[in-house]
Design a protein around this ligand. Structure first.
Ligand SMILES: CC(C)(COP(=O)(O)OP(=O)(O)OC[C@H]1O[C@@H](n2cnc3c(N)ncnc32)[C@H](O)[C@@H]1OP(=O)(O)O)[C@@H](O)C(=O)NCCC(=O)NCCS
Length: 143
C-alpha cells in the first residue's frame, strides 16, 4: 500500500529526477553542477525540490543509503526564503519513513554558514571534523 508522506497541502514537494528534467534543469538555473551527473550523488536517491504553486524545481536533496549522508542545494534566486530548511526536513522524514533510519549525517565546509544553519535549525549537532577534499564539519542527527 502506498501512503503519501505528506497527505496535507504542502508548499513544497520532493519528486525523483526524470529524463524530461534535462530541459527543466536549464530553465531553472539548476544546470550548473547538474546534480544527477554529480558523482557525490546517486540519482536513485536524488529528489528535486519543487514549488507546489507552479511545479517549478528550485533545488535538490540527496543522500547515500550506506551512511545516510545528505546533501542539498537551492538555486540562488530562491535562497534565504526558508525552502532549504523545509526541503531538508522533508528529506529527513522521507528517509525515516522509507528506511527507518534514525541517524543521518551532513558534511559541510566550515565557511558554509547558510548550510550549517539549515541543519542546525533541524536539530543536527556537530559530530566531528572530517576530510572531504578540504576539511569539513560532520553534523549528525539522531531522531
Ligand atoms: C545551503 C542552502 C541549501 C540553504 O538554502 P536556503 O533555502 O537559503 O536555506 P534557508 O532559507 O532555509 O535557511 C538559510 C539560513 O542560513 C542563514 N544564512 C544565509 N547566509 C548566511 C551567512 N552568510 N551567514 C550566516 N547565516 C546565513 C539564513 O539567515 C537562514 O537562517 P535563519 O532562518 O536563521 O535566518 C543554499 O544556500 C545553497 O544551496 N547553497 C549552495 C549549495 C550548498 O552549499 N549546499 C550544501 C552543501 S553541504
Amino acid at each position: 500500500m502506498n501512503i503519501p508522506l505528506f497527505p496535507f497541502r504542502t508548499e513544497l514537494y520532493l519528486r525523483p529526477f526524470c529524463k524530461f528534467d534535462v530541459d527543466i534543469l536549464k530553465e531553472s538555473g539548476l544546470d550548473e553542477g547538474e546534480p544527477h551527473k554529480n558523482s557525490r550523488t546517486d540519482s536513485k536517491f536524488l529528489y528535486y525540490v519543487v514549488l507546489a504553486t507552479n511545479d517549478l524545481p528550485i533545488g535538490f536533496v540527496s543522500f547515500d543509503d550506506k551512511e545516510f549522508t545528505i546533501s542539498y542545494r537551492i538555486t540562488e534566486k530562491f535562497q534565504n526564503l526558508g525552502w532549504g530548511t523545509k526541503a531538508v526536513y522533508m528529506l529527513v522524514v522521507l528517509i525515516f519513513a522509507t528506511y527507518g533510519e534514525t541517524i543521518l549525517f551532513a558534511d559541510i565546509y566550515r565557511d558554509n554558514l547558510a548550510s550549517r544553519r539549515v541543519v542546525e535549525k533541524i536539530g543536527f549537532n556537530f559530530w566531528e571534523l572530517r576530510q572531504c577534499g578540504a576539511m569539513c564539519l560532520r553534523y549528525r542527527l539522531q531522531i
